[in-house]
Design a protein around this ligand. Sequence first.
Ligand code: GLU
Length: 488
Amino acid sequence: MTSVRTRFAPSPTGYLHLGGLRTALFTYLYARKHGGKFILRIEDTDQEREVPGAVQLIYDSLRAAGLEYDEGPDVGGDYGPYIQTQRKDTYLPYAMQLVESGHAYPCFCTREELEERRAAAAARGETFKYDKHCLGIPRQEALRRMQSGEPYVIRQNIPAEGIASFDDLLFGHIEAECSTLDDNVLIKQDGLPTYNFANVIDDHLMGITHVTRGTEYLSSAPKYNLLYEAFGWTPPVYIHLPVVMKDATRKLSKRYGDPSFEDLLSMGYLRDAIINFIALLGWSPGNDREFFSKEELIEAFDEKGLNKSPAIFNMDKLTWFNAEYIRRLSPEEYLELATPWFDRALGGRGIDYCRLAELMQGRTEVFNRVPDMVRFLAEMPGYENELYVNKKQKSTLESSLDALKFMLPVLEEVKPWQETALHDTVMQAIAEAGRKNGPVLWPLRIAISGQASTPGGAIEIAYLLGREETLARIRAAIERLTAALQTA
Ligand code: GLU
C-alpha cells in the first residue's frame, strides 16, 4: 500500500485567509491521521497576482498555526523544487507529449482575435468557448511556427463529445458533458503552465495521493481527470472542501474586511482556539464534543465527518472558544500573554500585573479588549453620578457621599497598603460602624474606578491603584458629590 501524501498548494496572493487555513488544516490532519506526509507547494505561475512577501507569509503562517510540513520550499524534500516557477522547465515536455498524442495543441490566436470572437459570442448571447480554431493547423506547420518564435499557447484538446468525470470522496461521482468544457490553456505565452496544467503534473510527479482543496475546483476537476487519462496516470483521491462563508450570501473574504489568520492572531485570539474553531468549519466529530487539541484532532479526524454544505464563520463563536481557551491557561501563561496588552494601557505605572492578571483571566475574551478594560487604573475615566445610585446595593447619592466620607479616614490609616490589610481594615470598620457592605463598597468602587463593572471589587482596585491614587480619587469624588447635592 502506498502511503498517504497530501499537499497544501496556496498561491502567494496575500494573507492566509481562514478558508485557506481550514484547507491547510484538513490537509494536514488527513496526512497525520494516516501516518502520511504533508507537503507545501507554492503555486506561483500566475505571476501577475503574486504579492511580494506572500511566500514568506505562507511559511510563517503555517508555522504559527502549528501545521508543520514534511516537505516544502524551505524545508526541502525528495520531490522538489516545491515552487512552481522553479519547476518552469518541467511542464513543456509534458505538454508536448500531449500535443504528440493529440490531447493538446498549440494555439496562435492573438489576444485581439480572441477578444473579437468573445465579443461576437456575447452579442449572440452565448458564452465564449475557444472554438478550436488552431486545432485545424497541420501538426508539422504548427511545430514549425512554434520553433520560428511565433507566440503561442498550448491548449487542452477536450473531446467534442462524451463525458468527463471523476470521483470525489465527499461529493461522489461527478460528471460533465465534454461539449460544455473549454479548451483551457495549459502552457501560457510566457512558457509557464496555468494552474490547470501545473496542478496535475505536480500532483503526479510529487506522488500526491489525496488532493484536498476548495469546492471552487469541483467543476474543473473533470478536465484534470482527462489529463490524467491522456497520460495514463492514476488520478489522486479528491476531497473538495466546502467554502467558508461569512453568511448565507457571501464567501469569507479579506476584501470585505473579514479577518485573516494573521489578523486574528494580532487581535489576541489564541492559536489553539482558532485551530479548534476552524476544524469545526465543515467537519464534525459525530458527537457533541467541541474542544480538541491538535493531537486530539488528528486522533478524531475522519473524512466521514466532512460536510458538503458551506460552513458559516461565526465570529462570536470563535470569541467564545477563545474565552474558554484563555480560561484554561495557567496563571503564568495568562500573565505572559496579557503583559503586552496591559502595557498598552498601563505601561510604566508600576501596577501589580500578577494580581491584575488573576482578576482579568476569567473576564478576558480576546486580548485586544484588555487595554480598554484596565485603562481606568491609569486614568480616572469620566462618569455620571447616576452610577452611584443602585437599588440592589441600597446606594443613593446621599448615602454614597456619607459612605465615602466614612471610608476616607479609614483608608488613610491602612498600613501597609496590601490587599489583606485593606480587606481586613475596611471590613472591620464597616462592621464596627454597624453599616452594611453594599452601601459602602458600591460607591467606593464607583469613586475609584468610574465604572460599574470592574475586574475585582473596590478592595482589589484600591490595592492595584496604590495608596495615593486611591485617596486622591476618593477626595475628588467627595467634592464632586458635595457639589452635586448642593445644587440639587
Ligand atoms: N493554488 C490554488 C489556490 O490557491 C490551490 C488549489 C489546489 O489546492 O489545487 O487556490
